[in-house]
Design a protein around this ligand. Structure first.
Ligand SMILES: Cc1cc2nc3c(=O)[nH]c(=O)nc-3n(C[C@H](O)[C@H](O)[C@H](O)COP(=O)(O)O)c2cc1C
Length: 218
Protein backbone atom coordinates (compact mmCIF):
# COMPACT_ATOMS: atom_id res chain seq x y z
CA UNK A 1 0.00 0.00 0.00
CA UNK A 2 1.30 3.45 -0.90
CA UNK A 3 2.37 5.57 2.06
CA UNK A 4 0.62 8.90 2.27
CA UNK A 5 2.40 12.09 3.37
CA UNK A 6 -0.30 13.46 5.59
CA UNK A 7 -0.89 11.59 8.84
CA UNK A 8 -4.47 12.87 8.90
CA UNK A 9 -5.05 11.68 5.35
CA UNK A 10 -7.32 8.72 4.98
CA UNK A 11 -7.54 6.64 1.87
CA UNK A 12 -10.80 7.38 0.12
CA UNK A 13 -12.75 5.26 -2.32
CA UNK A 14 -13.17 6.29 -5.94
CA UNK A 15 -16.72 7.61 -5.60
CA UNK A 16 -15.98 9.49 -2.40
CA UNK A 17 -12.99 11.10 -4.10
CA UNK A 18 -15.14 12.08 -7.08
CA UNK A 19 -17.73 13.54 -4.76
CA UNK A 20 -15.41 15.49 -2.47
CA UNK A 21 -12.23 16.53 -4.29
CA UNK A 22 -12.24 20.30 -4.38
CA UNK A 23 -9.75 22.91 -5.50
CA UNK A 24 -7.03 23.12 -2.85
CA UNK A 25 -5.13 26.42 -2.86
CA UNK A 26 -3.44 26.38 0.54
CA UNK A 27 -0.48 24.07 0.98
CA UNK A 28 1.88 23.14 3.75
CA UNK A 29 5.38 24.39 3.26
CA UNK A 30 6.64 20.92 2.38
CA UNK A 31 7.76 19.52 -0.95
CA UNK A 32 6.13 16.63 -2.80
CA UNK A 33 8.72 13.85 -3.09
CA UNK A 34 9.52 13.24 -6.75
CA UNK A 35 8.55 9.56 -6.29
CA UNK A 36 5.03 10.70 -5.51
CA UNK A 37 5.05 13.27 -8.28
CA UNK A 38 6.04 10.59 -10.76
CA UNK A 39 3.18 8.39 -9.53
CA UNK A 40 0.70 11.25 -9.84
CA UNK A 41 1.84 11.75 -13.43
CA UNK A 42 1.59 8.03 -14.11
CA UNK A 43 -2.07 8.13 -13.14
CA UNK A 44 -2.58 11.34 -15.10
CA UNK A 45 -1.18 9.58 -18.16
CA UNK A 46 -3.74 6.76 -17.83
CA UNK A 47 -6.42 9.22 -18.95
CA UNK A 48 -8.26 8.62 -22.23
CA UNK A 49 -7.45 10.72 -25.30
CA UNK A 50 -8.61 10.82 -28.91
CA UNK A 51 -7.32 7.72 -30.78
CA UNK A 52 -5.20 7.09 -27.68
CA UNK A 53 -2.63 9.52 -29.07
CA UNK A 54 -1.67 10.65 -25.56
CA UNK A 55 -0.62 14.05 -26.79
CA UNK A 56 -0.82 15.52 -23.30
CA UNK A 57 2.51 16.64 -21.82
CA UNK A 58 3.35 17.65 -18.27
CA UNK A 59 5.94 20.36 -17.80
CA UNK A 60 6.86 20.42 -14.10
CA UNK A 61 8.18 23.61 -12.58
CA UNK A 62 10.18 22.58 -9.52
CA UNK A 63 13.44 24.33 -8.61
CA UNK A 64 15.42 24.45 -11.86
CA UNK A 65 16.60 27.86 -13.12
CA UNK A 66 13.95 28.03 -15.84
CA UNK A 67 11.27 26.91 -13.40
CA UNK A 68 12.24 29.64 -10.94
CA UNK A 69 11.95 32.30 -13.63
CA UNK A 70 8.70 30.84 -14.96
CA UNK A 71 7.22 30.78 -11.44
CA UNK A 72 8.03 34.48 -11.01
CA UNK A 73 6.35 35.34 -14.29
CA UNK A 74 3.38 33.14 -13.39
CA UNK A 75 3.16 34.62 -9.89
CA UNK A 76 2.82 38.12 -11.33
CA UNK A 77 0.19 36.92 -13.77
CA UNK A 78 -1.79 35.10 -11.06
CA UNK A 79 -1.77 38.18 -8.81
CA UNK A 80 -2.96 40.31 -11.69
CA UNK A 81 -5.57 37.71 -12.74
CA UNK A 82 -7.05 37.55 -9.22
CA UNK A 83 -6.96 41.35 -8.81
CA UNK A 84 -8.95 41.75 -12.03
CA UNK A 85 -11.43 38.98 -11.11
CA UNK A 86 -11.86 40.30 -7.57
CA UNK A 87 -12.73 43.72 -8.95
CA UNK A 88 -14.87 42.54 -11.89
CA UNK A 89 -16.88 39.97 -9.93
CA UNK A 90 -17.11 42.30 -6.93
CA UNK A 91 -15.86 39.79 -4.37
CA UNK A 92 -16.60 40.92 -0.82
CA UNK A 93 -14.12 40.24 1.98
CA UNK A 94 -14.56 36.55 2.83
CA UNK A 95 -12.59 33.45 3.68
CA UNK A 96 -12.63 32.53 0.01
CA UNK A 97 -11.28 35.92 -1.08
CA UNK A 98 -8.58 35.73 1.61
CA UNK A 99 -7.56 32.24 0.53
CA UNK A 100 -7.39 33.32 -3.12
CA UNK A 101 -5.23 36.29 -2.15
CA UNK A 102 -2.93 34.04 -0.17
CA UNK A 103 -2.84 31.58 -3.08
CA UNK A 104 -1.62 34.17 -5.56
CA UNK A 105 0.67 35.95 -3.07
CA UNK A 106 2.51 32.72 -2.29
CA UNK A 107 2.47 31.39 -5.85
CA UNK A 108 6.26 31.19 -6.22
CA UNK A 109 6.55 28.90 -3.20
CA UNK A 110 3.79 26.40 -4.00
CA UNK A 111 5.35 22.93 -3.73
CA UNK A 112 4.67 21.89 -7.33
CA UNK A 113 3.52 23.79 -10.40
CA UNK A 114 2.71 21.86 -13.58
CA UNK A 115 1.93 23.23 -17.00
CA UNK A 116 -0.28 20.69 -18.70
CA UNK A 117 0.25 20.97 -22.44
CA UNK A 118 -1.08 19.42 -25.61
CA UNK A 119 1.31 18.53 -28.39
CA UNK A 120 -1.11 19.53 -31.14
CA UNK A 121 -1.67 17.20 -34.03
CA UNK A 122 -4.82 18.84 -35.40
CA UNK A 123 -6.21 22.23 -36.19
CA UNK A 124 -6.42 24.17 -32.89
CA UNK A 125 -10.10 24.83 -33.59
CA UNK A 126 -10.83 21.14 -33.19
CA UNK A 127 -12.10 20.26 -29.69
CA UNK A 128 -8.58 19.77 -28.48
CA UNK A 129 -9.34 20.24 -24.80
CA UNK A 130 -11.13 16.90 -24.93
CA UNK A 131 -7.78 15.13 -25.17
CA UNK A 132 -6.02 16.98 -22.37
CA UNK A 133 -8.53 17.82 -19.61
CA UNK A 134 -9.29 14.18 -18.71
CA UNK A 135 -5.56 13.91 -17.87
CA UNK A 136 -5.82 17.04 -15.72
CA UNK A 137 -8.68 15.55 -13.72
CA UNK A 138 -6.85 12.22 -13.38
CA UNK A 139 -3.85 14.17 -12.11
CA UNK A 140 -5.90 15.98 -9.47
CA UNK A 141 -7.62 12.77 -8.36
CA UNK A 142 -4.33 10.87 -8.20
CA UNK A 143 -2.88 13.67 -6.10
CA UNK A 144 -5.89 13.34 -3.80
CA UNK A 145 -5.34 9.59 -3.62
CA UNK A 146 -1.79 10.13 -2.41
CA UNK A 147 -2.75 12.72 0.20
CA UNK A 148 -2.19 15.89 -1.79
CA UNK A 149 -4.47 18.53 -3.20
CA UNK A 150 -4.35 20.90 -6.13
CA UNK A 151 -6.02 23.52 -8.27
CA UNK A 152 -6.41 23.72 -12.02
CA UNK A 153 -6.01 27.31 -13.20
CA UNK A 154 -5.87 29.38 -16.36
CA UNK A 155 -3.97 32.45 -15.21
CA UNK A 156 -0.91 31.30 -17.16
CA UNK A 157 -2.52 32.40 -20.43
CA UNK A 158 -1.68 36.06 -20.00
CA UNK A 159 2.04 35.25 -19.89
CA UNK A 160 2.02 32.46 -22.45
CA UNK A 161 4.53 34.21 -24.71
CA UNK A 162 7.04 34.67 -21.88
CA UNK A 163 6.55 31.08 -20.71
CA UNK A 164 7.18 29.74 -24.21
CA UNK A 165 10.42 31.66 -24.32
CA UNK A 166 11.67 30.76 -20.83
CA UNK A 167 10.73 27.08 -21.13
CA UNK A 168 11.45 26.57 -24.85
CA UNK A 169 7.88 25.48 -25.57
CA UNK A 170 7.38 25.11 -29.34
CA UNK A 171 4.60 26.94 -31.17
CA UNK A 172 2.67 23.73 -31.97
CA UNK A 173 2.19 22.99 -28.26
CA UNK A 174 -0.86 24.37 -26.45
CA UNK A 175 -0.56 25.43 -22.82
CA UNK A 176 -3.83 23.95 -21.64
CA UNK A 177 -3.71 24.40 -17.87
CA UNK A 178 -1.52 25.36 -14.96
CA UNK A 179 -1.94 23.08 -11.95
CA UNK A 180 -0.54 23.70 -8.48
CA UNK A 181 -0.14 20.86 -5.97
CA UNK A 182 0.87 20.38 -2.36
CA UNK A 183 -0.13 18.90 0.96
CA UNK A 184 -3.46 20.56 1.80
CA UNK A 185 -3.96 22.92 4.69
CA UNK A 186 -7.62 22.18 5.33
CA UNK A 187 -9.75 19.41 4.02
CA UNK A 188 -11.51 18.26 0.89
CA UNK A 189 -15.29 18.32 0.20
CA UNK A 190 -18.23 18.48 0.47
CA UNK A 191 -18.68 20.28 -2.84
CA UNK A 192 -21.19 22.96 -3.76
CA UNK A 193 -22.64 21.63 -7.01
CA UNK A 194 -26.01 21.69 -8.72
CA UNK A 195 -28.36 18.74 -8.29
CA UNK A 196 -28.49 16.17 -11.09
CA UNK A 197 -31.92 17.27 -12.24
CA UNK A 198 -30.69 20.80 -12.91
CA UNK A 199 -27.91 19.68 -15.21
CA UNK A 200 -29.59 16.71 -16.90
CA UNK A 201 -32.19 16.70 -19.66
CA UNK A 202 -33.90 13.70 -21.16
CA UNK A 203 -35.21 13.37 -24.69
CA UNK A 204 -35.08 17.12 -25.40
CA UNK A 205 -33.20 20.15 -24.22
CA UNK A 206 -34.75 21.60 -21.08
CA UNK A 207 -36.69 18.48 -20.02
CA UNK A 208 -35.53 17.48 -16.56
CA UNK A 209 -36.29 13.78 -15.97
CA UNK A 210 -37.90 12.69 -12.73
CA UNK A 211 -35.40 9.88 -12.31
CA UNK A 212 -32.71 12.51 -11.88
CA UNK A 213 -34.24 13.71 -8.60
CA UNK A 214 -32.06 11.77 -6.22
CA UNK A 215 -30.64 12.36 -2.77
CA UNK A 216 -26.86 12.93 -2.64
CA UNK A 217 -25.28 9.46 -2.94
CA UNK A 218 -22.50 10.29 -0.45
C1 LIG B 1 -11.37 25.21 -16.83
C2 LIG B 1 -11.09 25.66 -15.42
C3 LIG B 1 -10.46 26.87 -15.20
C4 LIG B 1 -10.15 27.29 -13.90
N1 LIG B 1 -9.45 28.44 -13.71
C5 LIG B 1 -9.06 28.80 -12.46
C6 LIG B 1 -8.20 29.92 -12.26
O1 LIG B 1 -7.76 30.57 -13.21
N2 LIG B 1 -7.85 30.23 -11.00
C7 LIG B 1 -8.28 29.51 -9.93
O2 LIG B 1 -7.92 29.84 -8.79
N3 LIG B 1 -9.09 28.42 -10.08
C8 LIG B 1 -9.48 28.05 -11.32
N4 LIG B 1 -10.26 26.94 -11.51
C9 LIG B 1 -10.76 26.18 -10.34
C10 LIG B 1 -12.26 26.49 -10.14
O3 LIG B 1 -12.38 27.80 -9.65
C11 LIG B 1 -12.86 25.49 -9.17
O4 LIG B 1 -12.72 24.19 -9.67
C12 LIG B 1 -14.35 25.76 -8.96
O5 LIG B 1 -14.55 27.05 -8.46
C13 LIG B 1 -14.98 24.77 -8.02
O6 LIG B 1 -14.35 24.91 -6.78
P1 LIG B 1 -14.24 23.67 -5.78
O7 LIG B 1 -13.65 22.55 -6.58
O8 LIG B 1 -13.30 24.13 -4.67
O9 LIG B 1 -15.59 23.34 -5.29
C14 LIG B 1 -10.56 26.49 -12.78
C15 LIG B 1 -11.19 25.26 -13.01
C16 LIG B 1 -11.44 24.84 -14.31
C17 LIG B 1 -12.08 23.47 -14.52
Amino acid sequence: MTEVPDPTHETVGLLEALGTTRAIRRYRNEPIPTDDLAKILWFAGRAPSGSNRQAFRFLTLLDGPNATRARQVLGESFRHGWAVKREQDNYRPSRFADSMQEYVDKFESHPVVILVCLDRYRDPNWHEGASVYPACQNLLLAARGLGYGGALTMWHLEVETELREILSIPAHVALSACITLGIPVGRHGPLRRKPVNQVTFDDAWGQAPQWAEIPDPI
